[in-house]
Ligand binder design. Structure first.
Ligand SMILES: NC(=O)c1ccc[n+]([C@@H]2O[C@H](COP(=O)([O-])OP(=O)(O)OC[C@H]3O[C@@H](n4cnc5c(N)ncnc54)[C@H](O)[C@@H]3O)[C@@H](O)[C@H]2O)c1
Length: 416
């Protein structure tokens, strides 16, 4: 039925919840979505988000009470990463389907709990891997499926976060392993999922390195937060929260309730995640991947190449850079002993180059074919998290870590 509405509740009314999964979801999918409840532990942020979303849906500071009272068909989970698992499992056990933001969870044990709850309850978990929906990602997937480069043998994948976006992860809860699982989980979950999806294969083993070279204790000085900081004039990472009306509205006053500052100091000594990471990943089908993630760069974007038995597909995407940003991506398709074909993909409007709205329509619109398998479930969510968990463990122990055993009970250490 074209316009059947799904009863949707949302937990976590921060930037992503109020924006992409609140305001924008209603703008893009209003005919298919009835927002029946909003929950957040911070009552001030919750009320502000309700106004910003433009809904009369009831609000709750307890997500369990919201499930009980509103009986939604689907719960959207957009809270802090380490809280996803309990909320997902509670919803499944209440007979509710779940759409969770990435990363699905932050530990192997949480991934196993979610997969087990999904099996037990027969409900469905979707994971919001929006990067699969970008026009460029779609074109890369189609190019690989066409067989033009033969069998893929190795991949070069290097992701760059600039001094604005990269630093943002060090201002908030993401800067702590216990909350985000580290950037190998929080951020790289996107990249590891793209690899699994592009290669249509499971990852077998990872050997990783990580260090903290820029933020945390590396800073020449430090404060608590940017607002009223005595180093504001000389700190290159100074952020004026008052200059951003959206962030100011959602976070400044509400911080009085829970002390969650949106502009905490990036040089806090207690920061315990890496900002500089690299990894060698071996896939079950023998593909070797060389991966890196750097979080303090003058450019924002990625370099990606698939090397195959017949040629190579290559893309360098820059979202922000100290020179003119192109309005399109260019994918180079090269065949050994032949020339190059240049495939141009225009940047689409909307979040993540149009990926967010495409994903929302597939998840909430009328049933639609999914020939490229862009819709991602709990197993995909788990595999990318487990790759990040294994990477973090490898970087800390100096040893390669097997990934698939982490899906089973125990920590898989016997398989290393
Ligand atoms: N796919 C993407 O491109 C993308 C982009 C941004 C964020 N995200 C994801 O979205 C999620 C939210 O990110 P954000 O930037 O909005 O974070 P945020 O910290 O701004 O918002 C999280 C909200 O959840 C609330 N919260 C925390 N624990 C809770 C609990 N147990 N119950 C109810 N509310 C709780 C907080 O008070 C806060 O309002 C994260 O998992 C993040 O990884 C994904």
């Amino acid at each position: 039925m074209e316009d059947e509405q799904r009863r949707v509740a949302l937990v976590g009314t921060g930037h992503r919840g109020a924006g992409t999964w609140g305001r924008e979801l209603l703008a893009n999918c209003r005919q298919w979505v009835e927002l029946v409840g909003l929950a957040d532990t911070n009552s001030l942020r919750l009320e502000r988000a309700r106004t910003a979303i433009g809904t009369n849906a009831p609000t709750f500071t307890d997500a369990a009470e919201m499930l009980e009272t509103t009986r939604p068909d689907t719960l959207i989970v957009t809270t802090r990463d380490d809280t996803h698992c309990d909320l997902i499992v509670a919803a499944l056990e209440a007979g509710v389907d779940v759409l969770t933001e990435k990363p699905m969870a932050t530990t192997a044990e949480m991934c196993r709990r979610i997969l087990d709850a999904e099996r037990r309850t027969g409900r469905r978990v979707d994971v919001g891997f929006n990067y699969r929906f970008s026009p460029t990602a779609k074109m890369i997937k189609e190019t690989l499926l066409s067989g033009v480069v033969g069998e893929v043998t190795s991949v070069d994948f290097h992701w760059y976060l600039d001094t604005q976006h990269g630093a943002d992860y060090f201002r908030r809860w993401h800067a702590f392993q216990a909350c985000s699982g580290s950037l190998f989980v929080h951020k790289a979950t996107h990249h590891f999922d793209l690899l699994n999806w592009y290669l249509a294969a499971d990852p077998r083993e990872i050997f990783a390195r990580g260090s903290l070279c820029h933020y945390g204790a590396n800073g020449p000085f430090r404060g608590v937060r940017c607002k009223n900081c005595r180093y504001a004039d000389i700190c290159p990472f100074f952020m004026d929260i008052g200059a951003d009306p959206w962030l100011d509205m959602l976070y400044e006053e509400p911080s009085r309730e829970d002390g969650y500052f949106r502009d905490a100091c990036v040089f806090r000594e207690e920061i315990d995640i890496f900002d500089t990471m690299s990894a060698a990943i071996l896939f079950e089908n023998g593909v070797q991947v060389s991966y890196s993630l750097n979080a303090c760069m003058p450019i924002e974007g990625y370099h990606l190449a698939f090397n195959g038995t017949k040629g190579r597909v290559e893309i360098r995407q820059h979202e922000r850079q100290p020179w003119e940003t192109p309005e399109e991506d260019e994918i180079l398709v090269m065949r050994n002993f032949e020339g190059v074909e240049r495939v141009r993909v225009p940047h689409a409007e909307g979040g993540h180059f149009g990926a967010d709205v495409e994903m929302q329509k597939m998840l909430f619109g009328p049933p639609t074919p999914d020939p490229l398998g862009q819709r991602a479930g709990a197993r995909a969510g788990a595999l990318s998290v487990l790759t990040g968990v294994a990477a973090t463990e490898s970087a800390r122990s100096g040893r390669p870590v097997a990934i698939m055993p982490l899906l089973e009970e125990g920590d898989g250490s016997q398989n290393r």
